[in-house]
Design a protein. Sequence first.
Length: 402
Amino acid sequence: MDFDLGGKTEQLRKEIRKFALAEVVGKPYRTAMLEEESEDEDWEFSLSISRKLAQKKWLCMNWPEQYGGTGASYWEQFVYSEEAGYYEIPGTSMGISGTGINGPSLMLFGSEEQKQKYLPLIASGDPDGIWCTAYSEPDSGSDYNKIKTIAIKSGDDYIINGQKVWTSCAHRARWCWLACKTDPTSNKIHKSMSIIIVDMKSPGITTRPLINLSGIHSFNEVFFDNVRVPASNLVGEENKGFYMLIPALAIERLSLAPHVLGTGRRILELLVRYARENNHRGKPLSEDSIVRHKLAERSLELETLRLFGLEIMWKMSTGKMPGYEAARNKLYCNIVTDNMARTGLEILGANAQISPNSRWAKLRGRCQDLYLVNMGWFSAAGTMEIQKNVIGQFKLGLPRAY
């Protein structure tokens, strides 16, 4: 493998750091993972950063120029995402996630008319380029056979009824990437599911907040009550949505590793500094062998995640499409964030019981936030069990689990 992180890529890293120090660091906003869409003032700041990133052609840098990108290399995209995670740069995803899921999926499966309509809105940082992704339902998580949201053809429209849950950014999004059944007579999801783009301003849509354990409003319930959508909003072929869903999930999982790597680097550096500057029983925490070993383990995990991420970039740069590696990376991201949060809470000790929103919280409450956010994060893009099933089937050649 050849990780081509040459001079051009490292120069980009320097430019991103300069941008972050000028525009983000030290600002009084909550912009870490999933935080930016919760409060109105944080969201407005996030949108302002999206526009600035778009002006620099960074927001969708690896997209083709015709859709607002620069055709940047996979290595440049990796560095951009890593530094965005490290400096907690908001506005990089345009919802959940215009830049990382819906835009790339539209490039694969959308009509040329759909690409021309939606992709420039995302790449320009326009508020009308914010997306949400609606897969899960109250009785359907990873088992898409149980999807009940239905879209019935009526003339030149579809009429949609049903409910989605855990829909991140639905309260901010303009567009929804909706998985629904378009053939209610079939019980086979690969013959009855479609992907439809829904305008979130359509009559009949109700969004209700689901506040997570750290007090952040990211998740939502979304109700569709006779929502009328133009048939031209169907992505690809009717009843063939399952075959778009699998690549879309892989794209989502692929995009996570560099951002989690950057976030982890930042928290580890803060914990190392905290251990050096704070004492326990008259000695710096950094002199405690257990503390040192835990921090070393977290460093090794981050380096492993970096290599996993770079391996995928290398494969894609040589024209290969990763398979099980996407599930592996998502699973390992979960392990990394869980271990980092737990180690942070252990090192902070009693200080870890302080609310992450308190001005007395150490490290700005990052470890508490990460620990609490992880409860929902672990199910994003498929549960850990689903990721293990994918690895077992496609890497180890074990029988499929369904």
